[in-house]
Design a protein around this ligand. Structure first.
Ligand SMILES: [Zn+2]
Length: 265
């Protein structure tokens, strides 16, 4: 019986048709599952094994984007290679801005840029399509890990994810933040989400929370091509579970996963 259960939960790897070394590792639950876990950054895998085990036999899917184990993807062409953040390719405007930022030598009139731009858009569509994100009732659970502190925090921190930084941004009038709640935990462990009802639910359970402002779906300046912006444009419910790595805050992220499963299943 035990063995049979495992047989029902097989993974498969889909290759992106335009570039076969970019793959989507799929752990699929029953067809009607509406809960979709997604890990776009391959080097952020603190809770990966935990999620695989936790959704066994449950109505949830888990997808991991794979290439070479790095945060950024390499898009390869005869003319050269460009790098792109896989969480910046879900809208055309985001892809364009992200490509130019990540590859300073790239110019918009070059053939390489045009090919890379097309590939980003096709990859974004391929991912959303294969993960079933266009289905209306889908709840997207992005899974990320971030570094201790944040750039310029005066304590040697790195990155852009931290409740301290979000609070500063919120107070400075950042248009992408609707509201925030600072829980008792570490500044790097937080849930970034789209829906007020989920904000209330997770606030009650003392998680730190950032609720994205709906206007990111219509303000061009706020469109960074990330999946949370896509979710706003397509009216999908989205929650991003963020926990620190190095040292890994595995226990906190496990608790986030457990709470998500309890809420949505
Ligand atoms: Zn990430």
């Amino acid at each position: 019986m035990f063995l049979m259960l495992f047989c029902f939960f097989q993974s498969e790897r889909l290759s992106f048709p335009d570039q076969s070394d970019i793959q989507l590792e799929c752990y699929r639950g029953p067809a009607k599952s509406r809960l979709v876990f997604f890990a776009p950054h391959e080097n952020e895998h603190v809770a990966e094994s935990y999620i695989k085990a936790a959704i066994q036999g449950k109505r949830a899917h888990f997808f991991i984007l794979r290439q070479a184990g790095e945060r950024e993807l390499e898009l390869k062409f005869p003319e050269g290679t460009v790098k792109v953040d896989p969480n910046r390719i879900f809208t055309p405007a985001g892809s364009a801005a992200s490509l130019l930022k990540t590859n300073p030598d790239l110019t918009t009139d070059s053939p390489l840029y045009k090919q890379a731009f097309t590939r980003c858009n096709r990859l974004g569509y391929w991912l959303t399509q294969n993960m079933g994100l266009f289905k209306r009732k889908t709840v997207i659970i992005a899974v990320h890990n971030n570094t201790d502190g944040f750039d310029d925090d005066g304590k040697g921190g790195e990155g852009t994810i931290s409740m301290v930084r979000y609070q500063k941004r919120f107070e400075a009038g950042a248009k992408y933040i609707r509201r925030i709640f600072i829980g008792p935990g570490d500044e790097d462990d937080l849930i970034f989400l789209t829906h007020w009802r989920d904000y209330r639910y997770f606030k009650k359970r003392k998680f730190s929370i950032v609720q994205q402002h709906k206007q990111v779906g219509r303000l061009p300046d706020e469109d960074d091509g990330s999946l949370s912006v896509w979710a706003e444009k397509f009216h999908r419910r989205y929650l991003n579970l963020e926990a620190q790595r190095d040292p890994d805050h595995l226990e906190v992220q496990q608790k986030m996963v457990d709470t998500v499963l309890k809420r949505f299943l």
